[in-house]
Ligand binder design. Structure first.
Ligand code: MTE
Ligand code: MO
Length: 372
């Protein structure tokens, strides 16, 4: 069947569906390192993973104001190689927390549909300029990306981003992930890496790029990945009335503690760890955590991030905070240990709702600054 050629996967990933494969990183592995190893990076597939022979692979590039051309993998690798340290997050990340507020359609992700890698490949702008693209005169409004994965009616997965996003940000067409050829699950041999925008636009198994007046007409651009008023459900959404999600808002999640965990303070403190990230290149300036509904705040420490200093805002911040448990509201004392109540450990400060996007429930308040 169509799922007979799936790659072998690390069993440590937490499965959310099997055909197609959707699986997330366990929380303790997310915060282990700034860079998420390839074999534990979350997998979000809508369709079977295509089998691509690198010898026959071609990337077709076409559209407004450029010469049409198909590039082989070798031709793509002849362009200057650029590196990009980038976090990718699925719009549905943390939907299971949102479901506690109001049930929504979609996979039951916990907080592990996110990860950070060093991607390397060709800058989209370099590739387009080799085809005569001129940013000053070009009339295209959108860049469409098409995957080589096909639905049962043989339509490919597709998405688009506004041309401005593609040119002001460091968009690359990656052939490497953390120094290795991109694994099949993550888009072998070429993947569009569009930093700061929702995972869904980072098209894997890239087969075609189109410069167009229009957005991608694919199902995933037009009738999915949009936000609506809380009372609108998936079946009754007026899809044309809402724009396609691009930048994601700021979010922050606790990864080392679960609801109901029993912890023993060390030197009178409980350690809390997690990640924080915002779309749009808005680098995390600070993470604050409250245990008393916002009366007092503890400033978290940023963990050592990308050593090469390449985290210009496209990647997450891992953080650690030490909190005196005595001040944690509603936390039950069990002898000298404490039972964790995550609702008491955090505040919802970033209300954001959509049928598909999440109201992030277990959030810390994160300050952010725009860097671009
Ligand atoms: N690209 C193709 N061709 N097919 C897909 O199903 N899924 C998208 C995006 N790119 C998808 C795709 C979604 S919704 C997300 S969140 C990311 O890829 C997931 O990337 P990952 O599996 O490498 O973590
Ligand atoms: Mo996604």
């Amino acid at each position: 069947g169509p799922y007979g050629q799936e790659p072998v996967r690390n069993k440590i990933l937490v499965a959310r569906s099997s055909k197609p494969c959707n699986a997330e990183t366990p929380p303790e592995l997310l915060i282990q390192d700034f860079i998420t190893p390839n074999d534990v990076f979350y997998v979000r597939n809508h369709l079977p993973v295509p089998q691509v022979d690198p010898l026959y692979y071609e990337l077709e590039v076409t559209g407004i104001g450029i010469k049409d051309k198909s590039f082989t993998l070798d031709e793509l690798k002849k362009f200057p190689k650029h590196k990009l340290v980038m976090t990718i997050m699925c719009a549905g990340n943390r939907r299971s927390e949102m479901n506690k507020v109001r049930e929504v359609k979609g996979l039951e992700w916990a907080l592990g549909a996110v990860g950070t890698a060093e991607w390397a490949g060709v800058r989209l702008q370099d590739l387009l300029e080799s085809l005569g693209f001129d940013p000053k005169t070009n009339k295209a409004a959108h860049i469409q990306f098409e995957g080589l994965d096909l639905d049962p009616a043989s339509s490919p997965y597709g998405a688009s981003v506004p041309i401005r996003t593609a040119l002001i940000s460091d968009v690359i067409l990656a052939y490497e992930m953390n120094g290795e050829p991109i694994p099949r699950d993550h888009g072998y041999p070429i993947r569009a890496c569009v930093p700061g925008v929702v995972g869904a636009r980072n098209v894997k198994w890239l087969g075609k790029i189109v410069l167009s007046h229009e957005e991608s007409q694919s199902h995933w651009q037009q009738r999915d990945y949009k936000g609506f008023s809380p009372t609108v459900d998936f079946e009754h959404a007026d899809w044309k009335s809402s724009p396609a999600i691009q930048d994601l808002p700021v979010t922050s999640a606790i990864c080392n503690l679960k609801e109901g965990d029993v912890v023993q303070p060390v030197n009178g403190k409980v350690t809390v760890k997690g990640y924080a990230w915002s779309g749009g290149g808005r680098k995390i300036a600070r993470v604050d955590i409250t245990c008393d509904k916002g009366k007092t705040w503890h400033v978290a420490r940023h963990d050592p991030g990308d050593k090469s200093g390449q985290n210009v805002g496209w990647a997450w911040t891992l953080w650690t905070a030490e909190i005196p448990p005595g001040r944690i509201n509603n936390v039950m004392r069990v002898h000298d240990k404490y039972r964790v109540d995550l609702a008491a450990l955090s505040e919802t400060r970033i209300p954001q709702f959509g049928t598909l996007d999440c109201q992030k429930y277990n959030v810390l308040y994160s300050e952010k600054e725009r860097i671009k």
